[in-house]
Design a protein around this ligand. Structure first.
Ligand code: MLT
Length: 410
């Protein structure tokens, strides 16, 4: 047996596992401070599922307990009742997609990792830095060459194409971790680039519902031509509180094709459809999301569901404002917080990001995510999430103020 040696090239542990371990160690070593720890690190939601979702799931559980309505294996790509709801959801945003372009998933993380199955190892990948670590790690595991693009305050954390050629481009907007959002003009540059270079854009739109400003695109398909070059990943984790129940969806348009001339030595007619390849991949390696969860997800897309999840989003948006206002008051530079659940701040006093992580944990027991965990350009930055409990977020910001005005309460 020979192991996949590419695994030796990824960091020993996943960023958020690393943070959880450090926090657990701190709590073991400081049992008196254990209950004071406030976690604003991983973007995990705190509000429960919306009542319509719970009701739909409960009904589905009951159906599963009755012979006549019991369901076994479902379609790997998702039930039509949910795929059709997602088609309608896109239609409201003036985007027309077909139900068989929608693939129900157990969340965006799995699909952005698994989609790499469709692409040759020889492809070059382009990834902005800082970035959600899954894009980088999954491509390192596959042994692909990665070109990093600098996402800095100079380009508002939304880099545009550079001279180099890539085959696969990852974009995330609203961005994790920086909170930045691509404008239509900037996204157009990427779509033009991808079409000109026969490249594919993997567009992570997991945070699309956090966009409140008009004119900012919530889907890459708002840009003409994107259906010929982009796959879009969405998730109900952050928008509808499904981090524990797991449900998302991926759009693979029929127009997205790989030129047969690019497949050396392969005869046959017509170009290769990525939609067909993904269907083949999913039916082979994935057994679908549970019926109960898909019924809950369906409820998210009803009128009442949308109303209820937007109330939850409002709660997180208010937390984001509390954090952003605190940073403004303290004169700490930051991005995000508007159109995004993340606040990306510059570590005060030129601290390194892990140094700042330890400083906050030890002094005010607040946990965030060190920017360096998202790439080299994240060094010197720190990410706070607005997905925490409201009172705890307010308390964390009180402690921040006390610490940075030089009179820590602790
Ligand atoms: C994050 O905190 O970056 C996210 O929660 C991670 C994820 O969605 O997998």
């Amino acid at each position: 047996m020979k192991a996949n040696e590419n695994y030796l090239n990824v960091k020993e542990s996943y960023l958020f596992s690393d943070i959880a371990k450090r926090v657990n160690n701190f709590m073991e070593e400081n049992p008196d401070k254990k209950d004071k720890v406030i976690r604003l690190g991983i973007g995990d939601v705190t509000l429960p599922l919306a009542p319509v979702v719970v009701e739909a799931m409960t009904k589905a559980v009951a159906e599963m307990g009755v012979k006549e309505t019991f369901r076994g294996y479902g379609p790997e790509q998702g039930y039509d009742f949910l795929r059709n709801k997602i088609v309608e959801y896109y239609k409201k945003n003036i985007i027309s997609i077909e139900a068989d372009e929608v693939f129900i998933s157990d969340g965006a993380k799995s699909d952005v990792g698994n989609i790499t199955d469709l692409f040759d190892k020889e492809n070059t990948v382009m990834i902005p830095d800082p970035v959600y670590p899954v894009y980088v790690d999954t491509n390192i595991m596959n042994g692909r060459k990665i070109i990093f693009l600098n996402a800095t305050d100079e380009n508002d954390f939304c880099p545009t194409p550079i001279g180099e050629k890539a085959d696969i481009i990852y974009l995330c907007s609203p961005n994790n971790p920086t909170g930045a959002v691509y404008t239509k003009e900037k996204l157009r540059q990427w779509v033009d680039y991808a079409l000109a270079n026969d490249a594919v854009i993997l567009f992570d739109a997991a945070y699309e519902l956090f966009i409140t400003e008009d004119n900012l695109p919530r889907s890459i398909y708002e840009i003409d031509g994107a259906k010929r070059c982009a796959i879009e990943f969405c998730s109900l984790s952050k928008t509808a509180g499904f981090t524990g129940t797991r449900c998302g969806y991926t759009i693979v348009p029929h127009d997205l094709k790989v030129k047969r001339s690019k497949l050396l030595g392969r005869k046959g007619d017509g170009d290769i459809s990525l939609n067909k390849m993904w269907l083949r991949r999913q039916t082979t390696k994935f057994n679908g999301v549970s019926y109960i969860v898909q019924r809950g997800a369906e409820a998210v897309f009803t009128e009442e569901g949308q109303k209820q999840i937007r109330e939850n989003l409002g709660y997180y948006q208010q937390n984001a404002k509390v954090i952003a206002d605190t940073m403004t008051e303290l004169g700490i530079e930051f991005a995000g917080g508007i159109n995004s659940p993340y606040i990306w701040l510059k570590c005060p006093n030129h601290m390194g990001s892990w140094e700042f992580f330890d400083y906050l944990l030890e002094n005010i027991m607040v946990v965030g995510t060190p920017g360096a965990g998202f790439g080299k350009n994240g060094e010197g930055y720190f990410r706070l999430t607005s997905f925490g409990d409201k009172d705890k977020t307010i308390e964390a910001m009180k402690r921040f103020k006390a610490l940075f005005s030089g009179s820590s309460e602790e």
